[in-house]
Design a protein around this ligand. Sequence first.
Ligand code: G6Q
Length: 549
Amino acid sequence: MEKRKVLGKMKSWKKLHAHFKKVKEFNMREMFEKDKDRFEKFHLVYENMLFDFSKNRVSEKTMRHLYDLAKECQLSEKIEAMFRGDKINITENRSVLHTALRNRKSKPIKVDGSDIMPQINEVFAKIRKFSDAVRFGEFKGHTGKKLTNIVNIGIGGSDLGPVMVTEALKKYWAKDIHCHFISNIDGTACAEVLSKINPEETLFIVASKTFTTIETLTNARTCRRWLVEALGEHAVSKHFVALSTNKAEVEKFGIDSENMFEFWDYIGGRYSVWSAIGLPIVIAIGMDNFEKFLDGAAAMDKHFRTADFEHNIPVTLALLGVLYNNFFDFKRYAVIAYDQYLKYFPAYLQQLDMESNGKTVDLQGNFVDYSTGPVIFGGAGTDVQHSFFQQIHQGTDIIPCDFIVPAISHNEIGEHHDILMSNVLAQAEALMKGKTEKEVAAEMKKAGKSVEEVKFLKAFKTFSGNRPSNMILFKKIDPFALGMLVAMYEHKVFVQGVIWNIDSYDQWGVELGKQMAVKIMPELTGELHPMEHDSSTLSLIKAIRKFRK
Ligand code: G6Q
């Protein structure tokens, strides 16, 4: 087991701690007024992406301390260890190699002594062949019809990535392909999709790394029954494929391994969108576009691996998050995409970040005495400006925000995109500047309000400001840009995991609930008598049984 100094005892941490007394007093509005070059100093550009982090409560000195912290945590060595394939997921004894899927020049990467690139390239070639055959109508359904409805059955990491990317790249879909997703075990999820599709034109993709997940297997069995009832048992091989690491379970389920697209243990579920799990995306947008998505991620990998910390976008983004989480004590983080096609991005990121860094035990097995991953939430702008933004502007707790913005829309209609852009810029500026009581009073007076009205209302209309945000600006969200965006956040999560000294790649917290549900199921259906539960769980089991009688 690797030794590491406790975070609080690190030199750079202590320095940051001392410096924080000053940082607390920083006022961004004043900093912008005093320093006309602030934007120049606090922004980075890479490819068609601009990362503006000038609206953060930092000085150049703060950033230096943060970069020193990354150095003291041996971030460079850790980055290399990940890319090299070291088993950095120590609780599962696995390499973490989603980056190998973006290793476009196929430079050898070894796991347990063997180069994994040939197996990766072989699966990509199989995906290209199959997806083309479906898209061009060569691989037909049992009755000879073209497969135009693609139904992905998966959950968590086997769902959120494909859902988010297919939606984000909707403009690139083949005209006659329609993607559907079934994740929840709630029968409604199945019923709603099945009610819209014709079995003769449907391809079901059962996506499960382990192929043991109860939700996915139950949903897949229901869909299989539905298909067999309509077209007969012989139709299954033309309408079902599997994406998995578990060949034996796939075959047990009744899907021929010919129809299975493989990935491997070194690809974590929430990092698997680049792998065979991306098959629904490939069918929708074509392999050439999917490769551009991989290229975008590869470009971000290169940047992350080679840029020094001071010019490194994911490193900078991550360190700002550490500053807010561990020093300012801001425990929530909002991500708002000003692009309708990115409406599922916050949900995707929520899993990526919260499942990776929602941990309390460090790599040496000790409970940490500092806080780790924040609560991530978000949505699409401008919609969310009319919902939770009230709290972001005037709530008692401060919530740092990331704004994701494309300068060019896929749907340039009249003045829509200009209005959208004006809004995001206004939000970031308003959060930073706020509005003083004096400004509010002057504005109200000018509008002809009475002295009493001004006196009473001015506090309500005042904005403290000094609320941080990052602007992540792209030229346009095309497959390449999306690849960069997703990889940027993957690396941000990785960097924070390194600073917090946790295993970002396991998910024991997800396992416990799965185990307990298996125990409760027969008690709920009446096969077993409920026992060994607390009085609440026991009474709820009884109440549900009574309601369902
Ligand atoms: C992701 C998690 C989790 C996982 C689902 C589905 O990193 O491990 O979200 O993806 O539990 O698992 P399967 O793909 O094995 O069905």
